[in-house]
Design a protein around this ligand. Structure first.
Ligand code: ATP
Ligand code: MG
Length: 661
């Protein structure tokens, strides 16, 4: 038999539920986490861009502030008059104060031709022309203020002061991923500059005032950017924001500090940033590992007055707070997801049990039915409709099966009885047949013997009787001859009975009243000595129908049986003769019961054999003869006997005889 290895409904439901829950849960989680990640990163990037805008604005404000200081100074009458009068020392003193208070690195006045009248930072350096300076050139030609970012060479710086020229020097630190460069030192400086025209009272252009702030190593500006943009916020002891100013790709001012506490200048941007910001002039956002932490870095180009890209302004946002936020959000998301999944799983378990429990019950019942136990009725409540229907169908099926099984059992019992009956009948018929054949052959033999013996016997009797008459009264031989006569008579009697038995004469049937026959026999036998101590009881059915039978032969049967009964009750007893008709009125029954010793089991069939007798002077032909007669009438003769209590002979005779008989 093929082994079924199917999983139980319960576990299958759980597996399918789990798949149904987990697949969307995993997809949703992936989408959710990606969404959270994107949102967080986007938020950080947006913040970076807005920080970048703020930084650029602060940068522009610084330039504007420089311009307004320069304008205010250039408009002062004292300055104008000192310029017109060529009082370099006076100018020097006057401008020095402003230069210090406003933190300027360059504060120079030139005349209308561009000749330097006063260099506030270096009073001995004057008389040269600044006509090659773009800013000065523009102011002279356009007569209006020019402000912005500029790059100054070492020569230009040396003119301002040696100290200044040396201060801006930045050793270039070799940087991974940066654009290859052979230079190891930067001597140029990036500067925010404002050049303002000076007019006299008559509005005549008389000179230019130039103010500048160097950006190399200028940490004030970047610190200010950082303070304004990030409000100096700290995260786990670390500054959240960074700001840097690049000259071209070189870090010249930053608030990022090295491990040793010095400012991290001298390194260069990556080639990628270089290409995007310095070459393409675009904004760029990315992630960068700066000194010891990851930053979301935003870069924007710084352009000079002629729109050439001269540097980069950069703001960085510490990534860790965002990473932590991302981690926390994902953690909360996962916890919520797990709780929800578990909750759904518990519901799934509950549903699975609700479906599988009644099915299990049904399975159990079906198994019992298969084993033949149909009486197992059960009810299933609160189960799905189909399961309830299945249960009630099973119940009905079990009932039907039980009914059918009962019918089958009844039918089998009936069949058994029928078979038993038939077997008994066959046995009986077989016995009867056997007996009939035996009787027939014995009858033929007896007839032959009786016929042969009868004539000589008649001769013996006749001669013996004649001889007897010849003897004198007291002749002693007379007695012997008398014995011969008596015994010959007895022999003739036997021969007569043998002839009766063997004759098998066809019964002369006519309407016969069995009750009348019985009455006659009783009248006959009652006064005989053998019946002296026997009580005779008649229970005769008054409605007993007459039957088609030979009255002489039937009477002979009854006499045989009644005489046999008397023989077994020598010391008295009771003889009951009973007649009745069966319900269908086609048979009559005659019962002859004695209170004799009974007939042993093993003799019950033999007593019908011819010549079987237990009596000293019996012929053993009485029952054999009776059997033959009853059989010839289409009837049966049977007996019931109990040892020590008595015997009943039961004769059945048909009411209407059949032609064949
Ligand atoms: N009512 C009875 N109770 C007990 N035994 C009986 C009864 N009727 C018959 N028998 C037995 O059956 C035997 C056979 O009976 P059956 O009438 O054929 O012959 P018999 O009576 O012996 O001889 P006969 O009939 O010639 O006088 C009897 O010898 C007796 O043993
Ligand atoms: Mg007899």
């Amino acid at each position: 038999m093929k082994k079924i290895t199917a999983k139980s409904i319960h576990s299958q439901l759980i597996i399918h539920f789990a798949i149904a829950i987990l697949s969307p849960a995993i997809i949703l989680s992936v989408i959710g986490i990606k969404f959270i990640y994107n949102q967080t990163i986007k938020q950080a990037e947006m913040k970076s861009f807005s920080d970048l805008n703020s930084a650029a604005e602060i940068y522009r404000n610084r330039i504007a502030q420089l311009e307004s200081i320069t304008k205010l100074t250039a408009a002062r009458g004292f300055i104008i008059s000192s310029l017109i009068e060529g009082k370099a020392d006076t100018l020097q003193k006057e401008l020095e104060q402003t230069m210090k208070s406003e933190g300027l690195d360059i504060f120079t006045i030139v005349d209308s031709k561009g000749k330097v009248i006063c260099r506030t930072g270096n009073k001995n350096s004057k008389g040269d022309f600044l006509t090659s300076d773009n800013f000065v050139k523009k102011v002279i030609t356009e007569k209006k203020a020019v402000s912005g970012t500029d790059i100054m060479s070492r020569e230009e710086l040396l003119k301002e002061s040696e100290e200044l020229a040396d201060r801006v020097i930045i050793p270039i630190v070799p940087t991974e991923k940066s654009k290859p460069s052979t230079e190891s030192i930067e001597t140029n400086a990036m500067v925010i500059k404002s050049a303002v025209p000076i007019f006299n009272k008559e509005k005549t252009f008389v000179g230019v005032l130039i103010a500048g702030v160097l950006l190399n190593r200028n940490h004030q500006l970047v610190n200010k950017i950082n303070e304004i943009v990030h409000e100096g916020a700290l995260y786990e002891g670390q500054e959240v924001g960074t700001a840097t100013i690049f000259m071209k790709d070189l870090r010249i001012a930053t608030n990022v500090k090295n491990q040793d506490g010095s400012y991290a200048i001298g390194t260069r941007v990556s080639e990628e940033v270089y290409d995007n910001v310095l070459v393409k002039g675009e904004r760029y956002i990315g992630e960068a590992f700066v000194v010891n932490a990851w930053f979301i870095s935003a870069y924007q180009p710084i352009r000079d007055y002629d729109d050439n890209i001269v540097g980069i302004i950069y703001v960085g946002l510490l990534k860790k707070p965002y990473n932590d936020l991302l981690f926390k959000t994902i953690l909360i998301f996962c916890i919520v997801a797990i709780i929800v999944i578990n909750f759904i799983y518990i519901i799934a378990l509950f549903i699975a049990r609700k479906i599988s429990a009644p099915l299990k019950q049904i399975e159990e019942v079906a198994r019992k039915i298969a084993e033949g136990d149909y009486r197992y009725e059960f009810s299933i409540k609160n189960a799905p409709r189909e399961v309830e229907n299945l249960a009630s169908s099973l119940n009905n099926m079990a009932k039907e099966l039980e009914k059918e099984q009962k019918e089958l059992e009844e039918w089998a019992t009936k069949l058994e009885h029928k078979v038993e009956e038939r077997t008994q009948e066959i046995k009986k018929i077989h016995g009867q047949l056997f007996r009939s054949e035996k009787l027939a052959s014995l009858g033929k033999l007896a007839a032959g013997v009786a016929h042969e013996i009868n004539n000589p016997l008649t001769g013996v009797l006749t001669n013996a009787s004649l001889l007897l008459e010849d003897f004198e009264k007291d002749d002693p031989k007379k007695e012997d001859v008398q014995v011969i006569v008596n015994e010959t008579i007895r022999c003739r009697e036997i021969v007569k009975r043998l002839l009766d038995f063997s004759r098998q004469t066809k019964p002369q049937k006519k309407q016969t009243d069995v009750n009348v026959l019985i009455d006659n026999i009783i009248l006959l036998v009652r006064n005989q000595t053998s019946f002296r101590n026997i009580e005779i009881e008649k229970i005769l059915d008054e409605k007993l129908p007459q039957i088609m039978a030979d009255p002489d032969q039937i009477q002979q049967v009854f006499i045989n049986l009644i005489l046999n009964a008397a023989d077994v009750m020598p010391k008295g007893g009771k003889l009951v003769i009973e007649t009745k008709v069966n319900t269908t009125k086609d048979f009559i029954e005659i019962k002859i019961t004695d209170t004799g010793l009974g007939i042993p089991e093993e003799l019950r069939t033999r007593i019908f054999d011819p010549f079987f007798t237990t009596k000293e002077h019996g012929t053993g032909l009485g029952l054999a003869l009776s059997y033959g007669i009853v059989e010839q009438h289409g009837g049966t003769i049977n007996l019931e006997s109990q040892i020590g209590k008595g015997t009943t002979f039961i004769i059945h005779l048909p009411v209407i005889s059949h032609e064949s008989e």
